[in-house]
Design a protein around this ligand. Structure first.
Ligand code: ATP
Length: 315
């Protein structure tokens, strides 16, 4: 198995704050891996360590087999990073922003020009190439930032909260481009997010982090199955009977069937329920919020931040 990222028992302190309390996870090459957690959970600290900006206190970190912090120089060539805070030059055009980044990475001449044009086309920004970035929408800026991070053809792309502050339409668009970067260029994606739908939709696997600890990891479906079964509601014209061998109950003209993997049993169930004349089939899956609630007793969507309050303050 080839790993893009290996993290073992990683710890980081800021004074009395223990931001990371020994986290362990692995990201396979070509995967889209999401780090999901509320504000202050330790996501940015992790991404800063993985992208060579912070040194770990303890633990083992490897990017494509290169050890951090010792091999930071090699790692920097292999990774692209899009930070939470905008890092574009507002007074330069889209083309110029990419040009400067390319030059910083040693690209020049026709290779650089071709790379810029390819990137702008890939992210549907070519027609805006000469416009000053200041006038770009939030979604366009994000796309340009991703384009910039990919100029030197990295193998792993780190995205810190890639869609924070964007409207739903722009978010969906940014997700599309991240998908394409992963599929078409085969780049491993590591992203942090506090949006459940983002982690659910975009990521092959997720680690849920809370108060500096990973409290669960797996595919979105595996995580959701941890908290309960999926439920299929089959409404019928005739009063239904539960088919044998299913975890099922009936209520009026409805059969309620529970299963670990509803999609797997659905075709057989529909076949068996046909005689009762099916009117409607609904499937309810647990959400990642249900997972967070089950594990922490709190709702992720309601978390306004779990950064510790200073014990005292001297004015
Ligand atoms: N440079 C720093 N100095 C002191 N404390 C810090 C520093 N950076 C992070 N922390 C603290 O470490 C903890 C983890 O912060 P981190 O920024 O990693 O969380 P996060 O999950 O990325 O949240 P957010 O999305 O709000 O950035 C928080 O309690 C934060 O206040």
């Amino acid at each position: 198995m080839n790993y893009a990222i290996e993290v073992k028992d990683l710890r980081k302190r800021f004074g009395f704050i223990e931001a990371l309390k020994g986290i362990t996870f692995y990201v396979k090459e070509g995967e889209k891996f999401g780090f999901l957690g509320p504000n202050g959970a330790g996501k940015s600290t992790t991404i800063h360590i993985l992208t060579t900006l912070l040194k770990p206190d303890e633990g083992e970190v490897k990017i494509l087999g290169h050890k951090l912090p010792e091999e930071a120089k090699q790692v920097r060539k292999l990774i692209g990073v899009v930070f939470q805070d905008p890092a574009l030059d507002n007074y330069l055009s889209a083309y110029e922003n990419l040009y400067i980044h390319g030059r910083l990475y040693g690209l020049k001449g026709s290779e650089l020009r071709e790379r810029i044009i390819e990137s702008l086309k890939f992210f549907d920004l070519y027609e805006h190439k000469d416009r000053i970035v200041m006038f770009f929408s939030g979604g366009m800026r994000r796309r340009l930032e991703i384009a910039r991070a990919l100029m030197h053809k990295p193998k792993v792309l780190f995205l810190d909260e890639p869609t924070v502050g964007l409207d739903p339409q722009s978010r969906a668009k940014v997700w599309e481009y991240i998908e394409r970067v992963n599929k078409e260029y085969g780049i491993t994606i590591f992203l942090t997010t506090h949006y459940m739908d983002e982690a659910d939709k975009l990521c092959d696997r997720i680690a849920i982090i809370d108060h500096g600890r990973i409290i669960a990891q797996g595919t979105p479906d595996e995580l959701k199955r941890m908290v309960g079964k999926e439920v299929i509601y089959v409404k019928t014209e005739l009063p239904p009977k539960c088919p044998e061998g299913f975890d099922c109950e009936t209520k009026g003209n409805q059969a309620i069937v529970k299963a670990d993997n509803a999609a797997k049993i659905l075709p057989e169930l529909i076949e068996l329920m046909k005689p009762y004349k099916i009117l409607e089939v609904n499937l309810k899956k647990p959400t990642l919020d249900d997972v967070f609630l089950a594990l922490t007793g709190r709702e992720l969507r309601d978390e306004l931040g779990s950064a510790p309050v200073l014990p005292f303050r001297r004015w």
